[in-house]
Design a protein around this ligand. Structure first.
Ligand SMILES: Cc1cc2nc3c(=O)[nH]c(=O)nc-3n(C[C@H](O)[C@H](O)[C@H](O)COP(=O)(O)OP(=O)(O)OC[C@H]3O[C@@H](n4cnc5c(N)ncnc54)[C@H](O)[C@@H]3O)c2cc1C
Length: 438
């Protein structure tokens, strides 16, 4: 079994040449070269601005080439709850922006000729109890009332048309959602950004961002890096779930955004016929567990990928592999004797509101906290943040707001996550026993 991302095994190039010299001064400096950072840099460079995008490691080797490749633009908070908390208009705008952002991703791949096997395959969420299924009826109506959604409630006797499991009491099918190959998308994005004139500087750590008092521009900053200082007219921080804990840089963000480890397994080759028998809908899939998992056929349709929260922080252990494989076999018992070929970990990022966040603090722009749905949101909010920072548009995003709240007793080390995961795991077990006894 390889302990590395399945998405890295491609013919396309995921590396970038280092520029010969570090720039001294730029219009826009972006910290972090994942989907958010590259998208921000591209937007500004295409307007003729000088741009440096700096990453402490290899571009994309944060979350952007480790994810499940489900392109949902999902919002964790149900529409009804969002309406109750912030008003119906706000909830409609949030869900509406999801539709716009997803369509924009598809258009971007098309316009830039990025062949990343993007499909509108649909997303099927399986209900693990009758209660969960009943709730889905309301969700279905609420989503269909917002233009751009195409949602259907699938009763129990039709679940096998979607996936060959007896574990679901029915499910919610969202036809407007799809998936892609994150590695191929990232390789295409790198190519487009490099051609735009933006400089991508890898293996360079941003250590501190300080005010540039010699400039009349109140947002101007001196960005201290492990390879020298760069003067920047504007700065965007796009480090999301990989904001380190070791430098003075990032403190504001790491007190507000919690990195949560997610682990993915990919089966050995099962063959297209077998995958299609097990997942006739060939969709993106999820379930209603508290510790929910996401699963899908890989874009080549010959293996199955499954991801869920992880027990490990740095490298996947045997315990994580066994936990994920159990989840897979619990749904599809026929996979019990098949091997797992890949397993890897990555950080997803949450803030207290569990909504994507875009904000400005002390002259610096931020986009972060996509709650596990950044394949759509990260690229979109990277673009929106750059448009705002460069004064290109007044029309930003419904997510542009005050910074997320600081999380009490927290400074970047999510020590409480094992307890949270344990609590959810117990709730899932109790629910499961409850329904089995009925
Ligand atoms: C296992 C997993 C599964 C997921 N599945 C899905 C999915 O199916 N669908 C979906 O929509 N989303 C999914 N996501 C979430 C999605 O991948 C992320 O939201 C998205 O990639 C975030 O992109 P980003 O550019 O903001 O951050 P990242 O890609 O994490 O990039 C941040 C970058 O900042 C750099 N950095 C950090 N500190 C510094 C510093 N001091 N100096 C310089 N550089 C620095 C890091 O090296 C990193 O490259 C998943 C994530 C994971 C981990």
């Amino acid at each position: 079994m390889k302990l590395s991302s399945y998405w890295w095994d491609i013919d396309e190039d995921l590396t970038t040449p280092m520029p010969e010299h570090m720039p001294h001064e730029v219009d826009l400096l972006v910290v972090g070269a994942g989907f958010t950072g590259l998208s921000a840099g591209l937007t500004a460079a295409r307007q003729g601005r000088s741009v440096a995008i700096i990453d402490s490691g290899r571009p994309g080797f944060g979350a952007s080439t480790r994810n499940g490749g489900i392109c949902s633009g999902h919002i964790r908070i149900p529409h009804a709850v969002l309406s109750q908390r912030y008003g119906k208009d706000y909830a409609d705008n949030v869900y509406g922006e999801g539709i716009e952002a997803r369509a924009d991703l598809v258009k971007f791949c098309d316009d830039e000729k990025i062949d990343c096997q993007i499909t509108k395959a649909g997303h099927f969420n399986g209900a693990l109890s009758q209660k969960d299924y009943d709730k889905m009826g309301h969700q279905c109506d609420a989503l269909n009332a917002i233009p751009g959604h195409d949602v259907e409630l699938i009763p129990r006797d039709r679940v096998h048309d979607e996936i060959k499991t007896d574990r679901f009491y029915g499910g919610l099918l969202r036809r407007e959602i799809g998936g892609f190959h994150p590695g191929k998308f990232f390789a295409g994005l790198l190519r487009v950004v490099a051609a735009s004139g933006a400089e991508i500087i890898s293996r360079t750590i941003v250590e501190a961002i300080e005010d540039d008092n010699s400039s009349d521009n109140k947002d101007a900053k001196l960005v201290r890096t492990s390879r020298g200082t760069i003067r920047a007219r504007q700065v965007i921080v796009a480090t999301n779930g990989y904001t380190g804990t070791k430098q003075p840089f990032g403190k504001f963000l790491r007190q507000r955004v919690v990195p949560i480890q997610s682990c993915i397994i990919v089966t050995e080759k099962l063959g297209k016929k077998r995958v299609k028998e097990l997942m006739p809908g060939m969709r993106m899939y999820g379930n209603t567990a508290k510790l929910s998992c996401y699963f899908r056929p890989v874009p080549d349709e010959d293996r199955i990928l499954l991801g869920a929260r992880s027990f490990d922080r740095l490298e996947p252990s045997g315990r994580s592999v066994a936990f994920l494989k159990n989840k897979l076999v619990d749904m599809l018992p026929e996979l019990a004797h098949h091997n797992i070929d890949y397993c890897w970990l990555g950080n997803v990022a949450f803030n207290q509101r569990q909504l994507p966040a875009m904000f400005k603090e002390d002259g610096v722009y931020y986009a972060a906290g996509y709650a596990g749905s950044g394949t759509v949101w990260a690229r979109w909010l990277g673009k929106k943040t750059a448009e705002l920072a460069m004064g290109m548009s007044n029309q930003t995003s419904v997510f542009y707001d005050k910074p997320p709240q600081k999380i009490p007793l927290y400074d970047g080390d999510p020590w409480f996550m094992p307890f949270v995961n344990g609590y959810f795991a117990v709730q899932d077990k109790v629910n499961e026993w409850g329904y089995r006894l009925k």
